[in-house]
Ligand binder design. Structure first.
Ligand code: FES
Length: 386
């Protein structure tokens, strides 16, 4: 008799032929299981190899993603405690993914691994991709449902679980064959039961030992990948954009000058520096720093004084300054300026935004970056609404 995993009378269906195995539903699930196992192992190792993921101040860190999720997730109250120990939670997530991935690949405690995978996918869906629209654009909800056959049915015959299950089945069959068919005394019956229980116990312990070896292997691989990632990261540390020093400092504007200050219009463009500082008033708003600190074709970061959130100002061409919120509308990570492509890129899930307009060029972010009106004062300082 076949079950959905391609088992025939407790044995892999391949014994009856490869084509039959691949044609059976179990063949499809085998591919799905391999994909989930590889993906979760890779995702966990990728996190372990990335020191920025664990650094509270780095762009794209776990802590940053968590802060963003607290804003967008329906579970925001439940996420608050994780902010008190973000590194611990980051390590748990990464190691959890590796454990789920390896357990699924080898099919060892496959139901437990699949349940862990489903819970991780559910938590990612409710935090990271909850705002994806339409809902099926996010991968996490797909992963969640992809785990369900393994949560319900385990890893199937082609797995270590299957090996141990077949061993137990064979042992039970041998015990039954060895027992007298009729007239079994009470003593014989209880001895037979004890033997069966002893075998089950030993089988379970062997399976537990295999899980221990697998966990040790996962830790070792994770440790090596983590050390390698840190070594490569320190060898290729990238240059960050400059940070403007006076974010949030209100402009010292005389009432007369304020009355004549040019209105801060629309989005972001401001004229080049005026030729005479005597006749042009200082713009309204808060001074964020010297325009000279923002190179032409480059960017600098500052804190938006109005909302106290990270922001970026770019000088598109000489005298043309534009500023945007640096908070990614997808899940709240801080976007970075990519000078090679003149775009803003989100380190968390790959959204890309135009550095000229802030419009989203590539998802999953559902909308563009919010513009912040910026003006260049006669004193060479930049000002934003604040
Ligand atoms: S936070 Fe997900 S793409 Fe930016």
């Amino acid at each position: 008799m076949n079950d959905p995993f391609g088992v025939r009378n407790g044995r892999p269906a391949s014994r009856a032929g490869l084509s039959e195995t691949l044609a059976a539903p179990g063949g499809t699930l085998l591919l799905l299981r391999a994909f989930l196992g590889v993906t979760f192992t890779f995702a966990g190792l990728q996190k372990l190899a990335n020191p920025n993921f664990f650094s509270p101040t780095a762009p794209g860190s776990f802590q940053e993603q968590l802060r963003g999720s607290i804003i967008t997730s329906p579970l925001h109250h439940l996420l608050d405690p994780a902010l008190h120990a973000p590194t611990v939670f980051a390590v748990l997530v990464a190691l959890g993914e590796v454990a789920v991935g390896l357990g699924t690949l080898l099919g060892l405690f496959g139901r437990v691994a699949a349940t862990g995978g489903a819970l991780l996918s559910l938590s990612f869906f409710l935090t990271v991709s909850f705002r994806d629209s339409p809902y099926y654009y996010g991968a996490d909800i797909v992963f969640l449902f992809a785990w369900t056959p393994f949560v319900l049915g385990g890893s199937g015959a082609w797995s270590l679980d299957g090996v141990y299950a077949r061993r137990a089945e064979r042992a039970r069959a041998a015990l039954i064959a060895a027992a007298p068919r009729e007239g079994m005394t009470k003593r014989q019956l209880s001895a037979s039961k004890r033997q069966a229980a002893e075998f089950e116990r030993r089988n379970f312990l062997q399976k537990g030992a295999a899980a221990g070896v697998l966990a040790l292997t996962g830790f070792t691989i994770g440790g090596v990948v983590s050390a390698l990632g840190r070594f490569l990261h320190s060898a290729h540390s990238s240059g960050a954009v400059a940070s403007l020093p006076h974010a949030g400092v209100p402009a010292r504007v005389s009432p007369a000058a304020a009355r004549h200050a040019p209105a801060v219009t629309g989005t972001t463009t401001r004229p080049a520096a005026p030729t005479s500082t005597a006749t042009v008033p200082v713009p309204k708003g808060a001074r964020i720093g010297p325009a000279a600190d923002v190179p032409v074709g480059g960017a600098a970061s500052f804190t938006d004084p109005a909302q106290q959130i990270p922001a970026l100002v770019v000088q598109i061409k000489s005298g043309d300054f534009r500023a945007f919120s640096a908070v990614c509308p997808h899940a709240g990570c801080t976007v970075q300026f990519d000078g090679t492509s003149d775009v803003f890129a989100c380190p968390c899930h790959g959204s890309v935004f135009s550095a000229t307009t802030g419009a989203v060029l590539q998802g999953p972010a559902p909308t563009g970056l919010s513009p912040i009106p910026v003006a260049l004062g006669p004193n060479g300082q930049l000002y934003v609404d604040g």
